[in-house]
Write a protein that binds this ligand. Structure first.
Ligand SMILES: Cc1cc2nc3c(=O)[nH]c(=O)nc-3n(C[C@H](O)[C@H](O)[C@H](O)COP(=O)(O)OP(=O)(O)OC[C@H]3O[C@@H](n4cnc5c(N)ncnc54)[C@H](O)[C@@H]3O)c2cc1C
Length: 451
């Protein structure tokens, strides 16, 4: 039986950062990853000679844990293409050009949007993203759906639909009737402010040369043979003296174990003794959202020639947001769009051809007929992968944050738990994975039984 200081389960960014920090501190670490690759929700693919980022890709300026790591790893970034006019597709399907952040809607609706943003910004400023349940009004905010909160605070339907888009479709990727106002505020607090969520030029500011998946690849390269692929951990036997991790016929002994897998997947692992019931309940109330990321490639970025940035928003469109996703330096053109929540449920049940036709029709609503005939069409597939289960991340159902939120980061005996899904700052983002990985490593190194 091999013996290590710490075994890390899961080679996403959280697990790899934890392992890298522990090994930098001199620990003997082993990372066990079930897939045949590292990176978890970060992965790049080549299609027709171009790089496509299938999972996470954008970096925003407030994400200093991630930008610090990029610097440390020597990875370069570039600005997302944004020159030109953006588009807003209204409920009648008409596309209108605009520049700046203000949507081209009626003056009353614009004023209602601004009032909602100001109100949400004020509430967000009161929320500690690490402890949203400590807000004096946390229970009330966690017991009301975000849909209801919007209805209670705004009479303008189009204003509500746009604010719902920024948090529901675009971030938590769930219908706004399925999560609480407090969960929406946590999403905003984790990004610094509500206004950041509505500012695409901020929240989707930069990309990494070679793709964001270069982060886990670089970390794994440094860890070398301390990362083992194809190791689906099925059981952890633990006591105060340490743990035995079971992978197939092998048993691996460690003083500490880090379970760096998304909360719903913790259930795939059998713990002996069983985890406290509160842990099981907490994770049963945290579920993945669903978004289908679709990328289409063209021989040229044709929209740029007609003064468009490629950015578009359409709260009534199947593809609710669209961006120019052409990698830096490429002469071809790429667009990315997202289909979320119940729309994703519906088109997910169609045949591939039917779904592609609907998706391209929606791209065309923004960018015209030329958008119907891409040379490359790539859909992300996270909902079909048992080792993820959805996208972008997980969030609580109504009331879950105040009832269970504090449990998710609690260690049990020698076992630590965490992914970006339990982050405060950087919640559901790679920045959060970097923070959670570093925090876990710090706790392991400073605990009483640290080697
Ligand atoms: C489509 C999409 C778009 C996104 N866009 C962005 C973006 O633009 N910017 C951003 O910052 N974030 C984005 N995200 C979110 C970001 O990718 C995640 O927050 C982050 O990658 C999560 O990293 P993690 O290590 O915490 O978890 P994961 O990446 O999920 O890693 C968990 C790992 O554990 C492994 N595992 C699971 N069970 C076991 C087991 N029993 N034994 C061994 N291994 C196991 C899994 O295979 C996986 O490798 C996006 C995500 C998706 C899916």
């Amino acid at each position: 039986m091999s013996v290590h200081d710490t075994v890390v389960v899961g080679a996403g960014v959280t697990g790899l950062v934890a392992a890298w920090r522990l090994s930098q501190a001199g620990q003997d670490v082993l990372v066990l990853e079930a897939r045949d690759r590292v990176g978890g929700r970060l992965r790049s693919e080549l299609h027709d000679g171009s790089l496509f980022e299938i999972g996470g890709q954008w970096v925003s300026p407030d994400q200093d844990a991630l930008t610090g790591l990029l610097d440390e790893l020597g990875l370069q970034t570039y600005l997302r293409h944004r020159e030109g006019a953006s588009l807003y597709v209204d409920s009648g399907g008409g596309a209108r050009r605009f520049t700046g952040e203000d949507l081209p809607v009626a003056a009353d609706t614009a004023a209602a949007i601004e009032r909602l943003i100001k109100g949400l910004d004020a509430l967000t400023a009161e929320i500690d993203p690490d402890r949203p349940w400590d807000h004096p009004d946390a229970e009330r905010l966690d017991h009301v759906t975000f849909q209801q909160w919007l209805q209670d605070n705004c009479d303008d339907v189009e204003a509500r639909d746009n604010i719902a888009l920024y948090v529901g479709q675009a971030m938590l990727t769930k219908p706004t009737w399925s999560f609480s106002a407090l969960q929406a505020l946590l999403m905003a607090a984790s990004a610094g402010s509500f206004r950041h969520l509505v500012d695409a030029d901020f929240i989707l500011d930069r990309r990494v040369v070679g793709g964001l998946a270069s982060v886990p690849l670089e970390l794994a390269g440094r860890l070398g043979d301390r990362v083992r692929l194809g190791q689906d951990v099925t059981a952890v036997d633990y006591s105060d003296e340490g743990a035995t991790v079971v992978v197939g016929p092998e048993r691996i002994r460690a003083r500490r174990v880090v379970i760096a897998v998304p909360p719903p997947l913790v259930r795939r692992i059998r713990f002996m003794p069983e985890l406290p019931a509160s842990h099981r309940h907490a994770r049963e109330h945290q579920s993945f959202g669903l978004v289908i990321k679709v990328q289409v490639g063209f021989t040229t970025p044709f929209w740029r020639e007609i003064g468009l940035s490629g950015t578009g928003f359409g709260p009534y469109q199947l593809v609710h947001e669209v961006y120019d996703n052409t990698p830096d330096g490429s002469t071809s053109g790429q667009l990315v769009g997202f289909i979320s929540g119940e729309d994703a449920d519906r088109v997910g049940a169609l045949s591939d051809d039917e779904r592609r036709a609907e998706v391209l029709e929606s791209f065309a609503a923004y960018l015209g007929e030329a958008a119907r005939t891409p040379v490359t069409y790539v859909e992300s597939d996270w909902q079909h992968q048992e080792l993820t289960g959805g996208a972008y991340g997980t969030s609580f159902d109504v009331g879950g944050l105040t009832r269970y939120g504090r449990v998710l980061r609690q260690p049990v005996g020698p076992i630590e738990f965490g992914t970006s899904d339990v982050a405060g700052l950087g919640f559901q983002h790679v920045d959060g994975a970097v923070r959670v990985g570093a925090e876990i490593a710090h706790r392991v190194l400073t605990s009483r039984d640290a080697p």
